[in-house]
Design a protein around this ligand. Structure first.
Ligand SMILES: [Zn+2]
Length: 473
């Protein structure tokens, strides 16, 4: 696998040119890229050749002609999915089993895995051109503000990534890949990596031991822990900037982090992305997320996969990645709920902006009631981590990692009472909440979910979950 700086600059120049041309140029570019990709997958992916057999010629194709695709179907036909024949699933899995090979390419591609928050972990294959795209387009979308931010943050100290370390996850792996492919591009920031899965005390010690941390990249759930540790006076770092991803960042947590870390000169950037498409969107100086529409299509749809109007919360979202020609993601059901803004952003960008409401997979269903995990107050000053796990439809257990010297009894009692209050407020009087001895658990990629819903028997397809309406704030 090689990284061509020239090609990355091509994405940069092309991205700027498209942006300057406004909506018309963006839509023209997007359609051209889509038709080119459809032609390519019809030629080189046996799975898509079959799927698209009855559709009109690629040169006339429109997005809505194309069927929706889903992770379990694609993963079960992995060997026919890719447009290359040299990477059967077994070879990819063998690579992923070797933890020493995180960020090491296989031939001309890089391989990562997802955490499987919405069911089954997927194997994600990135082409050279995707890595060039991701580097180039990011720079194309930079405003003056971002350039100053990067310069300042680099001067102030080092960047630390805190994500899952027990697998080939993109959080750490993509940094390593770029470092390997183009040390010049990664220069200045280093790749200090800390495993999210370790005990909090140990993690705090490691962070305190690093001089001049200016930038932390992590999950919102880990940010919440860092905020608590900072408030308690145990964490001493003074970063200027946080970047979060992989989960939903709430307005409350953003505010609390700002208060806990007065050093946060550049606040928190929360660009929306996923392993399937790392450079899906960018966050502008006004804090909105904008889709990189020249190379990415994001469709907000209802349960029947019909488009919802701007301003309406979607049931799920369909992703099309136009920059990855090796593993086609075309109208791929991501399972997130998003809402596109109706107005143009004050930053003046012609790229459409949206907000994310979270993943279907994290919603808790009890009978007819659907609750957002955010309604539960799972904090206690005598606890380091609290996790509410749904073990039966009306059966929950609490797992608590206590603060040093804390007595379990009163902590469990108080948290159980607070959780029961939430259920009662939502008309649920017959829910059991028990104390569990087991410690809180992480996801495979080291994310910490405060609320773990019952795994639906229908995880096979996120669109079948018959999602929510009343998600309380
Ligand atoms: Zn904007």
């Amino acid at each position: 696998m090689r990284f061509s700086l020239c090609k990355a600059l091509g994405y940069l120049a092309g991205g700027l040119w498209t942006g300057w041309g406004g909506r018309k140029r963006i839509e023209t570019k997007q359609l051209r890229n889509l038709r080119r990709l459809v032609e390519k997958v019809r030629r080189d992916s046996p799975l898509f050749r079959k799927l698209y057999a009855d559709l009109r010629p690629s040169s006339e194709i429109e997005l809505r002609d194309l069927p929706v695709t889903r992770k379990p179907d694609l993963m079960s036909k992995f060997d026919d999915w890719l447009t290359i024949r040299s990477l059967p699933l077994e070879r990819a899995r063998e690579h992923l089993r070797d933890i020493e090979k995180v960020g090491v390419p296989i031939d001309d591609v890089a391989v990562f895995q997802t955490s499987g928050t919405s069911g089954e972990p997927a194997v994600i294959v990135l082409s050279e051109s995707f890595v060039e795209y991701a580097s180039g387009i990011m720079l194309a979308r930079f405003e003056r503000y971002h350039r100053k931010l990067v310069r300042d943050v680099r001067k102030l100290g080092v960047r630390v990534t805190i994500t899952g370390g027990h697998g080939h996850f993109a959080g750490n792996g993509f940094n390593k890949l770029v470092q390997r492919l183009s040390p010049r591009l990664a220069k200045g920031f280093g790749i200090t990596f800390i495993e999210a899965e370790q005990p909090i005390g140990q993690l705090v010690d490691r962070l305190n031991a690093i001089a001049n941390i200016s930038w932390i990249v992590t999950y919102p759930s880990m940010l919440a822990i860092l905020v608590r540790e900072k408030e308690a006076g145990r964490l001493q770092i003074e970063p200027a900037f946080f970047t979060t991803g992989g989960e939903t960042l709430t307005g409350d947590l953003r505010e609390r982090a700002r208060r806990a870390f007065p050093s946060l000169k550049y606040g928190i950037s929360d660009p929306y992305g996923c392993t399937e498409c790392l450079a899906l969107s960018f966050e502008c100086s006004h804090g909105r997320k904008h889709v990189n529409e020249d190379w990415v299509i994001l469709e907000a749809v209802d349960e029947a996969m019909r488009p919802v109007p701007d301003g309406t919360l979607s049931a799920t979202v369909l992703l099309t990645v136009l920059a990855n020609e090796v593993q086609p993601f075309i109208r791929y059901d991501l399972g997130d709920c998003v809402r596109f803004y109706e107005d143009t952003c004050p930053c003046g960008s012609p790229f459409r902006s949206f907000e994310v409401e979270g993943r279907q997979a994290t919603l808790v269903r009890v009978g007819e009631v659907t609750l957002s995990p955010l309604v539960f107050d799972l904090e206690h000053d005598q606890a380091q981590r609290i996790q509410l796990v749904q073990i039966g439809e009306r059966d929950f257990e609490l797992r608590i990692q206590l603060a040093e010297g804390a007595a379990a009894g009163p902590v469990f009692q108080e948290v159980i009472a607070s959780v029961q209050r939430v259920f009662r407020d939502n008309g649920l009087d017959d829910v059991t909440v028990r104390a569990a001895e087991a410690p809180p658990e992480f996801t495979a990629s080291g994310k910490f979910h405060e609320v773990v819903p019952l795994r639906s028997a229908k995880t096979g397809s996120t669109s079948e979950l018959g999602v929510h309406q009343s998600v309380p704030k």
